[in-house]
Design a protein around this ligand. Structure first.
Ligand code: FRU
Length: 512
């Protein structure tokens, strides 16, 4: 009898503590939301603010998190520091959309508030169970001054009935410590959760004790109790020292592992960004937990693309969004109290053993003020009436004819010698994206291997104030970069070193 009473007492005590903790969480959220409210109108005036991409209302954003189609709407969370335009203790910012084209900001969803996540609610994912939305994220704690070695990372859950207000689970952390094997004890993060058969699975980014990137696979019956299954995949050769933000899904007959390897060395034209993001096709054996990997492919050949995350929507589409920035890159928007943006949502398809990425068709609803040209012979440099702007979509098909170099100059301001240049090089079979004269931001050139189809190149280009995304030949290649030109750098030129034919050129202004 006495024992029973004691148990009850302990239970009540526990409940009370949990309630107090939850109150503390709510206060942290409120404070952070107020801080954003104070400054967001001023931030909105900055001419580099993207109009139809997800950007933070103010201050810092990195990885997309918890991307999910839930009760008829797309929810996108993101790594957020609501107190400065620099990375800091991580919160989860939150936006939602009915159509992936128009987004609405919601209150911040998660704040560091518990012992196990006191220095940050790091990246993670979302899943629906019994009508509720669960967020699975990494609780980060610094245990000393060196952020590479002095950290503890555990996996946690938060739950919501309405997709807006989240409560952290009493049972947190739901995964702590490392399993047996060659696994670094502290760098374990970014849970991506999904359901397969009757079970839940999640993958975690990890590395070996000798600094090789790898992925851990876990299984659960109920989302709360997790068993380690295996090291699903591990880098061999030039695959980097840590794999962040893993994501596994089935696409058109294959399993796909998407991940963001840190520390891959440059090889020829490839891997010149600080970190990479790409995929391997293969097959996940759900019994052994082993993912048989084919060669690594980039998901984007530009400058600013990291930590992509996918979700499957009600139409069965696999949609990807990535952070449109790069760690340690210069971000001139920081002087206007914001930093970072998301890429456009891209639909993935597997065609002939390769993933194609295309902007979701819903973006067409943003189109207005169409200008079109057909069959223009061109040599040298030329601008076309009505083809200019800094917030638009271009769809251009060019027949190379006798030219060996041709392309487009975007965001041009001749007086100040600003331009962002896309050049197709026939002899190399490459498309390059040159931002060395793009404005005040970081420079550089990136190249993607591109083959012409019947001598033709098709580019769908999305420009949004300080971003350029180029979808090549139906999404075979994508090149993404941030650029920071003057406000009046809005001219567009076509150029060729010999004769080309612009078989079709379409422009739409896009409103956000
Ligand atoms: C990837 C990443 C994740 C981590 C998060 C922290 O960009 O480093 O591994 O969870 O950012 O903000």
């Amino acid at each position: 009898m006495k024992q029973h009473q004691e148990q009850e007492y302990e239970h009540e005590n526990h409940q009370e503590k949990h309630q107090q903790q939850e109150q503390h969480h709510q206060q942290q959220l409120q404070k952070a939301n107020q801080n954003i409210e104070k400054i967001k109108e001023k931030v909105a005036e900055n001419h580099w603010r993207l109009q139809y991409h997800v950007v933070p209302q103010a201050y810092w954003m990195n990885d997309p998190n918890g991307f999910i189609y839930y009760k008829g709407e797309y929810h996108l969370f993101y790594q957020h520091h609501p107190y400065s335009p620099q990375w800091g203790p991580m919160y989860w910012g939150h936006a939602k959309s009915k159509d992936l084209a128009n987004w609405q900001h919601l209150p911040i969803a998660l704040a560091p508030s518990e012992e196990y996540d006191q220095d940050g609610c790091f990246s993670g994912s979302a899943i629906e169970k019994n009508g509720k939305m669960y967020l699975m994220y990494t609780g980060n704690v610094w245990t000393g001054p060196n952020q590479d070695t002095d950290l503890k990372q555990v996996q946690c859950l938060a739950v919501s009935e309405d997709g807006v207000n989240f409560e952290k689970l009493d049972k947190n952390p739901v995964i702590s410590g490392v399993p047996q094997g060659n696994i670094h004890p502290f760098h374990i993060r970014d849970p991506k959760v999904w359901k397969h058969g009757g079970d839940y699975y999640c993958v975690l980014g990890s590395k070996t004790t000798e600094e090789t990137g790898q992925i851990l696979l876990y299984r659960s019956k109920n989302l709360k109790d997790w068993e380690f299954v295996n090291i699903a995949a591990k880098g061999e050769g030039n695959y980097g020292f840590m794999w962040e933000c893993p994501d596994i899904f089935h696409l058109d007959g294959k399993d796909v592992l998407v991940m963001s390897p840190q520390g891959v060395n440059p090889e020829g034209d490839l891997y010149h960004n600080l970190h990479q993001a790409g995929y391997v096709l293969g097959h996940l054996n759900y019994d052994t937990g082993k993912f048989h990997c084919e060669p690594f492919e980039l998901l984007d050949y530009g400058f600013d693309f990291y930590a992509p995350q996918t979700t499957k929507d009600d139409k069965g589409r696999r949609i990807l969004i990535a952070w449109m920035a790069m760690w340690e890159s210069k971000m001139p928007e920081q002087q206007y109290d914001w930093a970072g943006a998301m890429t456009l949502p891209r639909e993935l398809k597997l065609v002939n053993g390769k993933i194609l990425s295309q902007p979701v068709p819903e973006l067409q609803s943003l189109r207005k003020d169409n200008v079109e040209y057909e069959n223009i012979m061109l040599q040298g440099e030329q601008s076309l009436e009505g083809i200019s702007g800094d917030c638009l979509e271009l769809d251009v098909t060019i027949n190379a004819l006798t030219a060996t170099h041709f392309g487009l100059k975007l965001r041009v301001d001749k007086e100040n010698e600003q331009e962002t240049v896309l050049t197709y090089n026939v002899n190399e079979g490459t498309l390059s994206f040159d931002r060395n004269r793009a404005g005040v931001g970081p420079g550089g050139v990136r190249k993607a291997p591109v083959t012409l189809k019947d001598q033709k190149l098709n580019l769908r280009i999305f420009i949004d104030k300080s971003s350029v995304e180029v979808f090549v030949n139906d999404g075979e290649q994508v090149m993404t970069g941030r650029v920071y030109p003057n406000e009046n750098a809005t001219k567009i030129y076509l150029f060729a070193n010999n004769q080309i034919e612009v078989t079709s050129l379409k422009k739409w202004d896009l409103n956000g």
